[in-house]
Design a protein around this ligand. Structure first.
Ligand SMILES: [Zn+2]
Length: 224
């Protein structure tokens, strides 16, 4: 499975969320850069003017009010994009990465199918919009929550408390539970497992996507 394919899928997933966020703000998907004309009669264009007929290309020929509204729209878009992702914890510190490592219980070389984040009774956030696929408890994962985000699933393990139930819709930033030390765990931490079409992938891809998305939004907002 190629990393590029997973990244493309992640980006598509994110753009899907973005499109949904747009419905709640001002523009429509596929109509992102068109501006809203609050008073069409103020324009000098003799042809019939509808909001759809004015695009960012002829922005300079329309009144100031319209240009302002365009900047406003772009700002709202960036804010919506920023909020379409959320780190799983308010403070992210990686204790153990994805890949082969010495098993903390047996001391033998074993594949670690997720990442371990440092946590102390911390709120666990949904990283993207999605739904709760499963809520459960077993000897290995302890109390866990699995979220579905398109073709991806994300499991949060060793929780002490769970605040969501199966089938529930989640938005980025929703608190799904509280970290703990349940199951096969040597100390409190948050273990995150991510899967793409059922195959485990490095959750760092998600964390990187969140970082890149939020950084690019901040950069775009500073020049608007
Ligand atoms: Zn782990």
């Amino acid at each position: 499975m190629s990393k590029t394919r997973i990244l493309i899928a992640l980006l598509l997933l994110l753009s899907g969320n973005h499109a949904k966020a747009q419905f709640n703000t001002v523009s429509r998907p596929g109509n992102r850069y068109k501006v809203t004309v609050e008073n069409p009669t103020r324009t000098t264009n003799k042809a019939e003017v509808t909001p759809e007929s004015i695009t960012s290309e002829n922005e300079k020929s329309v009144p100031d009010k319209v240009a302002l509204s365009s900047t406003d729209t772009k700002k709202k878009e960036q804010v919506a994009r920023y909020l379409s992702v959320c780190y799983p914890l308010s403070s992210v510190k990686i204790n153990s990465p994805y890949g082969y490592r010495k098993d903390p219980f047996t001391g033998k070389r074993k594949f670690h199918n997720g990442i371990d984040l440092h946590a102390r009774s911390a709120k666990v956030f949904a990283m993207m919009q999605g739904r709760v696929l499963k809520v459960g408890e077993d000897k290995v994962s302890g109390k866990y929550v699995t979220l579905q985000h398109g073709s991806f699933t994300v499991s949060y393990c060793h929780l002490s408390q769970i605040f969501v139930s199966q089938g529930q819709a989640v938005l980025p930033g929703d608190v799904v539970g509280i970290t703990g030390n349940t199951g096969r765990s040597t100390g409190e931490h948050l273990h995150i497992t991510c899967k793409f079409n059922g195959n485990s992938i490095d959750p760092m891809l998600f964390l990187k996507l969140i970082e890149d998305t939020q950084q690019s939004c901040v950069a775009a907002l500073t020049v608007l």
